[in-house]
Design a protein around this ligand. Structure first.
Ligand code: GEK
Length: 247
């Protein structure tokens, strides 16, 4: 196993450019997301545990904005249904390339995992097949806000009546005091994980135009508009939440 490269992208002063999931980011992505997103390992592990409650024989499972495939990997190890396939989609070519290498190696050493199909595509442009599970793990926040309802409606239409959507996001709070306290705690989380003030501020500036977050209330309202009847927040770690939405 190669040692995991450490994220030092914003450690030196650099010109402000919008954050992108390019080769530089993909190389350090595993380290970056664990050190920046509180609760990320727990969310991955728990979605893996809950997925068998909803997975159905003869259905698809979608991992949308799959990055390096952490969710797909957890689902592959927990779901044992028949004629089920994971479709993992990302619009970053280097992400899909690196994820493909990982799953090819995995298939060489593991028998009996459910098949996975990796696709380089834009999730707002893809037609979905009937599916028992959709996962949007920290992905919706990168979708143009005006396109979010259409995407969720399309997901709802393709979801089997016994299926589920797992939606995890960074969030904000309408109460300014709650927002300030949890934002400070998130800063403390990043400092404790070794990020300097320069890294934190440069990353913030780079990402502010591309990652536009919503509150839980906005997510809930939009999911209901998309047709979901039950929308529950099952996880929170500081300003990161995960929601389960049922048709
Ligand atoms: C994980 N789910 O490790 N179509 C497809 N992919 C997209 C689109 C789009 N329109 N927009 C953004 N992405 C992963 C983590 S990361 C979250 C998800 C983060 C992809 C983008 O290329 C990136 O790989 C992913 O969504 C967001 O569980 O970095 O904070």
């Amino acid at each position: 196993m190669q040692p995991q490269p450490i994220d030092t992208i914003f450690s030196e002063k650099r010109k402000k450019i919008d954050f992108a999931f390019n080769e530089e980011v993909v190389n350090v992505f595993s380290d970056m997301i664990k050190r920046s997103a509180p609760g990320y390992p727990t969310i991955i592990e728990q979605i893996g545990r809950f997925a068998p409650l909803f997975a159905e024989n003869n259905s698809k499972i979608y991992d949308l904005g799959c990055s390096l495939g952490a969710i797909s990997n957890a689902l592959r190890h927990s779901i044992k249904t028949e004629n089920t396939e994971i479709i993992a989609i990302d619009n970053s070519a280097p992400m899909i390339e690196k994820a493909s290498q990982f799953f090819q190696l995995q298939d060489q050493v593991h028998d009996g995992l459910i098949p996975i199909h990796l696709k380089h595509d834009d999730i707002t442009q893809v037609d979905f097949e009937p599916a028992s599970i959709f996962v949007l793990n920290l992905t919706l926040q990168f979708i143009e806000p005006s396109e979010r309802l259409a995407l969720l409606s399309k997901i709802h239409q393709s979801l089997l009546p016994t299926g589920a959507l797992f939606l995890s996001e960074k969030t904000y709070f309408h109460d300014p005091e709650e927002q300030a306290v949890l934002d400070d705690m998130h800063l403390a989380f990043k400092r404790a994980n070794g990020y300097s003030e320069l890294e934190i501020s440069q990353k913030r500036e780079a990402i502010e135009n591309v990652m536009r977050i919503d509150s839980f209330e906005i997510h809930k309202e939009r999911l209901h508009q998309a047709g979901f009847t039950r929308v529950y927040q099952w996880f929170q770690c500081l300003n990161f939440i995960s929601i389960i939405a049922l048709p």
